[in-house]
Design a protein around this ligand. Sequence first.
Ligand SMILES: NC(=O)c1ccc[n+]([C@@H]2O[C@H](COP(=O)([O-])OP(=O)(O)OC[C@H]3O[C@@H](n4cnc5c(N)ncnc54)[C@H](O)[C@@H]3O)[C@@H](O)[C@H]2O)c1
Length: 481
Amino acid sequence: MASTTEVPYKKIEKICCIGAGYVGGPTCAVIAYKSPHIKVTIVDLNQARIDAWNSDDLPIYEPGLDEIVKASRGRNLFFSTDVESAINEADLIFVSVNTPTKKSGMGKGFAADLGYVESATRSIANLATSSKIVVEKSTVPCRTAQSMRRILDANGKPGVKFDLLSNPEFLAEGTAIKDLLNPDRVLIGSLDTPSGRSAASSLVDVYANWVNRKQIITTNLWSSELSKLVANALLAQRISSINAISAICEATGADVDEVAYACGLDTRIGPKFLKASVGFGGSCFQKDILNLVYLSESLHLPEVATYWKQVVDMNEYQKSRFTKRIISSLFNTLSGKRIALFGFAFKKDTGDTRESASISLCQYFRQERATVALYDPKVEETQIWLDLTETAPQDNLETIKKQVIIAADPYEAAKNADAIVVATEWDMFKDTNLDYEKLYSLMNKPAFIFDGRLILDRPKLEKIGFKVEVIGKASHDIGYE
Ligand SMILES: NC(=O)c1ccc[n+]([C@@H]2O[C@H](COP(=O)([O-])OP(=O)(O)OC[C@H]3O[C@@H](n4cnc5c(N)ncnc54)[C@H](O)[C@@H]3O)[C@@H](O)[C@H]2O)c1
């Protein structure tokens, strides 16, 4: 592990963050909030996104984000599309752009598309007139820093020197502000050279404004890059593991919540990330595992690639298995039936829909010729139509709109529905917050509820009259009660 305290280092006064998305926005807003002496400018090419960051209606929903932004914006936190000025005045630049899975060409469907990282790196090289510390904040394949260094060295102006650091972000959407204010750890990777160690110390000093130095760990660049992929792969692996067990529970009468609780009490296992569900979503888990699979294949490690690929395959299986259970419960046909889909975000407390299980469920229901009435408290209508058209390119929006209705509230969604499907664990969907007696009265009978998130009180709903099917719990029909 590299020492970060013995070499002289530059005190950071100005930071630029390229990419005002789910990571760049909250991360740098918290840095500004906790470091009033540092000027932080977050830039993006997307004018609408920057305008939203400068308005009262921020472009992303995160609990606590509004307060953090409002406390610092205009003081030492700025949002701008003027990439050139922000790069030029900064001592340290975070590259926090998107790294989606490649949609075409070599590695299609697995490898990360590094086009945005390359383009941001080229902008830094071309525009910087003084030396900079450049920080990979985006999640990237192992050894991307080497490519970035080559681009910077080949294109930088004479006398301008770049030090490259890796500082992956471990925040989770929905709890981003809490995670950033109180991180389990901050990871900084650098080259093990005097200048690399000095750059790492500069960044350690920024985080040390609010994070205990013991929690700021420094490693070599490649360990840092790989650790981010591995952390997400391990988290997703736990979800796929418990989801695989949920299938056994449904067939045997074991209860997945009880199994997870009993196993999680073992301190070697721990209780977190053992909640069965309809499957994980979000922009990162699938993308990062596929990235790890691609890396393993590139390194001629096919057994390793197959092992990790199974985590993603299990996730797909869980979504289709849940759909099959819904179809079979509804007397083997969804044709002409109305399904109230509760939740479209990939998890609660975010408006993000990337890789949301709800998108797959909605498309499965459409293929079965059902009408889907969906409701989500935070996702914008335009985003829902975009997601549904992108994932069903054979259908135009008009065709989709004949089968999908966006409801104003859960009661409107449930009106004349044959089933409610809970796909996102929003607190408002809990039986303590919604009037399920009213929902029952509005629905066709028998009225079904499929709990894909294990958030409902099954006996209470059955008492009302619902037929309740829960992931990881047997149907009453199979007689294991
Ligand atoms: N979303 C998460 O929960 C999360 C968590 C940890 C890590 N990450 C990683 O962080 C990175 C960013 O993710 P995100 O969710 O914030 O993505 P995002 O799509 O929300 O934001 C990326 C932003 O970068 C901007 N951008 C792209 N190229 C640019 C350029 N050359 N100049 C200026 N702006 C540019 C885009 O316009 C966009 O607004 C990804 O690598 C992701 O894997 C994401």
